[in-house]
Design a protein around this ligand. Sequence first.
Ligand SMILES: O=C[C@H](O)[C@H](O)[C@H](O)COP(=O)(O)O
Length: 223
Amino acid sequence: MTQDELKLAVAQAAINHIKPAILDGEIIGVGTGSTANFFIDLLADFKNELKGTVASSEASAQRLRKHGIEVLELNSCGTIAVYVDGADEANERLELIKGGGAALTREKIVAAASKQFICIADGSKLVDRLGAFPLPVEVIPMARSYVARELVKLGGNPVYREGVVTDNGNIILDVYDFMIATPQKTEEQINNITGVVTNGLFACRPADVLLLGTAEGVKTLKA
Ligand SMILES: O=C[C@H](O)[C@H](O)[C@H](O)COP(=O)(O)O
């Protein structure tokens, strides 16, 4: 199977998983990225039943609207029943690295506001230890150099993602060569640096369910 076929398979599995929530009139949180895009395209089949969605990026909001799916403001929604999103890396504890598409902060907000977080990914994203994928950190622009120096002190090698401005008007530093032995601690340490908006570790709020696309079918991992 190609990577796209695996992404489509997990997107379909997520749809099957959340169908009861859609039919119950729940609002669905929608993530960002190529895997989430497969999910959005399948979600379009339910646009008449869907009460609404909350998007974790402007790109996903646009794609949802193109399908005629309503996109709501998180502030008007209260707690979201279920959030579906991809990941750049995942471990068996369902801790993740996200933000390859620079949407990490809004993704973290929607995940935090959701009762259940379903992560969808092809099998290549499952790793023993997080950190081979450079860790994205969203930073207030004027703090870029200061934050980079602090990240070096933590043992990382931060690289400015040229030409990228997040939906929140900030910049991204990608941290290479990070040995992330204790993801929760690293997430907190980085978030404590003044000027950091947030980082792409989802360990304090990991996924609840990981739907993993493999050649043998979709595997379900639960926290
Ligand atoms: O900022 C982007 C998100 O965190 C994505 O969910 C992540 O990069 C995975 O994207 P993809 O499904 O394209 O691999």
